[in-house]
Design a protein around this ligand. Structure first.
Ligand code: HEC
Length: 440
């Protein structure tokens, strides 16, 4: 009960839209996890591809093979980009359906930057195409061609921050009233650890994908590259994947330790730790691959890919469990508010006259009837003025609610204030506290 009141006071979530879900909730959750993982796979390939493309093209200013490699990578990025965007529609729609109020509120609070994602991505993609189709035209001005790629890279480095900030902010309704826009929300704990975790994952996934890409029979490696052998590049991609996997064992715990504790449950920790334990196996095989000969390299590739796929499913599920845990008290409070609202709607239908009375209950009217005999706005009556209450409780609405229910004895020379426990329901208490602290 106390927790409920607390949440009710802190979140401003109010009631849900009283509409049924189109399919059972568990099915939506499964679809959300699966479709999100497919989407993020292609996002990883697009993002990691761009980073590696830039990296190898920079090396390619002085070396034809590296430039050639970056051109091959660039041809994969635009395809992966299209898949990433198309595959993003399903999880976006599902999250809107399941977490409507949470998601929209976070969207609104990061409004300007959130909407900027669309023009920014559009420009980045156009420049990406320009870059892709000017490898030959700008062959004699390589630095300029590299410079062209820095713009989409910068945008792609920024966009995940916007998404992470948004999806993170949605988990903390209690912060909504104090967050003042994107930059503020960006500094909530956990955004940056998750960001680096994501970049790292992108590089791992993309390196493995590129290993597969250049190892295909119809890739005709030896016709395209002069100086380096297929084995050289295979080892290079495996090494990147290996280094990033190792780094992931470092970032992973940081992500968990910076997660606000409200969503940490045994179920979630167990899932994430299982995933992390399994992750040692593909990392071990990666090491075996890096140290194997040109004839043998690639024999564990499928095993590594499948095992990493399993790890990703565990991580994706843990990620969802965290969200479910973090939001469950808020969703409960919201459900309660919705039920109360529906009850009022029913009553209003039966007895229209009564609703007018209901609707008129406001923080001010409660204050006027219950408090104003002893408290005035800015002068002392029997008790201290409202300005003093604001001083004491402006960051602690819960404390004020507690005081009203069960006042203590504080000031010398003042009588005891009567308690209002049992006289005010949660809703009235909320309205009153809001009125005292905000004047409306
Ligand atoms: C019968 C008079 C009376 C009524 C009615 C009354 N109060 Fe008080 N109130 C007092 C007195 C006296 C004090 C000072 C008590 C003390 O400091 O020990 C006080 C103190 C307070 C404080 C200061 C708490 C603190 O931590 O210092 C707040 C806040 C407050 N009242 C809010 C309210 C609200 C809201 C209502 C209406 C629901 C209300 N009071 C109704 C007499 C009253």
């Amino acid at each position: 009960m106390l927790l409920q009141t607390y949440i009710f006071l802190q979140t401003n979530i109010g009631k849900d839209i009283p509409l049924p879900l189109p399919i059972p909730e568990w099915l939506l959750v499964v679809l959300l996890i699966v479709s999100f993982l497919v989407h993020i796979l292609f996002i990883n390939l697009m993002f990691g591809g761009t980073l590696l493309c830039l990296f190898f093209e920079a090396l390619g200013i002085k070396n034809d093979d590296y430039r050639r490699l970056s051109q091959e990578i660039s041809s994969t990025i635009t395809v992966n980009k299209s898949l990433a965007i198309v595959m993003g529609v399903a999880p976006l729609l599902i999250i809107n359906t399941l977490y409507t109020k949470f998601f929209y509120s976070a969207n609104a609070l990061t409004g300007l930057v959130w909407i900027m994602v669309i023009p920014l991505v559009t420009i980045a993609l156009l420049v990406l195409y320009l870059h892709k189709y000017t490898y030959d035209k700008l062959a004699n001005n390589r630095p300029l061609h590299v410079a062209l790629l820095t713009l989409p890279t910068a945008v792609f480095l920024f966009i995940p921050l916007v998404f992470l900030t948004n999806i993170n902010l949605m988990l903390f309704p209690d912060r909504w009233s104090v967050v003042g826009g994107f930059l503020d929300a960006l500094s909530l704990p956990n955004v940056f650890p998750r960001y680096f975790h994501f970049i790292n994952a992108s590089l791992t996934v993309t390196s493995l994908f590129l290993f597969y890409w250049i190892s295909r029979k119809d890739f005709n490696f030896s016709e395209k590259f002069k100086e380096y052998s297929l084995y050289d590049f295979q080892k290079r991609f495996y090494s990147i994947a290996f280094a990033c996997s190792i780094a992931q064992f470092l970032f992973g715990p940081i992500v968990i330790f910076t997660l606000p504790s409200q969503g940490l449950g045994m179920d979630m920790l167990f899932t994430i730790l299982s995933g992390a334990t399994i992750a040692f196996v593909p990392t071990y095989y990666l090491w075996k691959e890096i140290t194997s000969s040109a004839e043998q390299i690639g024999r564990y590739f499928n095993r590594i890919a499948v095992l990493l796929g399993i790890v990703v499913v565990f991580m994706g599920t843990g990620r969802h469990l965290y969200r479910a845990n973090a939001l469950s008290p808020h969703r409960l409070a919201m459900q309660k508010n919705t039920e109360e609202y529906m009850k009022q709607v029913e009553e209003a239908k039966k007895n229209p006259a009564k609703t007018e009375v209901l609707a008129e209950v406001s923080g001010k009217s409660i204050f006027d009837t219950k408090c104003s005999v002893c408290h005035a706005k800015d002068k002392k009556l029997v008790g201290p003025p409202v300005t003093e209450m604001i001083e004491i409780y402006k960051t602690n609405p819960q404390g004020l609610a507690e005081w009203i229910k069960k006042p203590g004895k504080k000031r010398e020379g003042y009588p005891q204030m009567p308690g209002f426990e049992g006289q005010l329901n949660d809703k009235d208490l909320y309205l009153l506290v809001k009125y005292v602290l905000e004047g409306k």
